[in-house]
Ligand binder design. Structure first.
Ligand code: MN
Length: 192
């Protein structure tokens, strides 16, 4: 486990937050196999889900307003946001009102992700090209997903037709944290 501090990829993340006011993590440690993914359900000004993929010491992140789905008929808007520290994969709690992203957060799903190597030699190149094919091995999400760049910070997230596809499939029907078993309302009521 390597402690990562002062990672220049986290400049945007650090700049948006006052760590004397929020309990969100400042830095993070690498996972043993380096392929962690997490999805957090975040009730901020607007409800959204945050999809984060571990890559080169940080969590590359997209905010998905309607959440990820196993339904291969659905394409979901995904907004590319700032890289987050690896310890964010364990963050569940309340960001104070008035702070960046103020609201409650649960660890909605977590597991490993694997680049689809038949589509790209490495994940960084695939993201730079705006076309990332990957498999998720979570408790809720599984199978082949694609993140496809559209314009600016806008991407599309979709699930391929495979043995893990389910239609229809609504993330809101699976509201509990894989970390604590609590939902957002319960975390908001008792953050500790
Ligand atoms: Mn968020």
């Amino acid at each position: 486990m390597t402690k990562k501090t002062g990672n220049s990829q986290l400049t945007d993340y650090h700049g948006k937050r006052d760590f004397t006011r929020t309990a969100e993590p400042i830095s993070g440690t690498s996972s043993p196999d380096g392929c962690l993914f997490v999805v957090q359900r975040h009730r901020a000004r607007r409800l959204h889900y945050d999809l984060r993929l571990e890559l080169e010491g940080v969590l590359v992140s997209w905010a998905v307003p309607k959440g990820p789905t196993l339904d291969p008929e659905v394409r979901r808007l995904a907004i590319h946001v700032e890289d987050h520290p690896l310890d964010y994969a364990w963050f569940e709690g309340v960001i104070p009102a008035g702070e960046y992203g103020g609201g409650d957060v649960i660890v909605w799903d977590r597991g490993d992700w694997v680049l689809a190597r038949e589509r790209a030699s490495d994940a960084k190149t695939a993201i730079q090209r705006g076309n990332l094919h990957f498999d998720l091995y979570g408790e809720k999400l599984a199978g082949r997903f694609v993140l496809a760049h559209r314009s600016g910070d806008q991407w599309l997230l979709l699930h391929k037709h495979d043995q893990w596809a389910v239609s229809p499939w609504d993330p809101e029907a699976h509201p509990f944290s894989v970390l604590s078993g609590r939902n957002n309302e319960q975390v908001a009521a008792a953050p500790e």
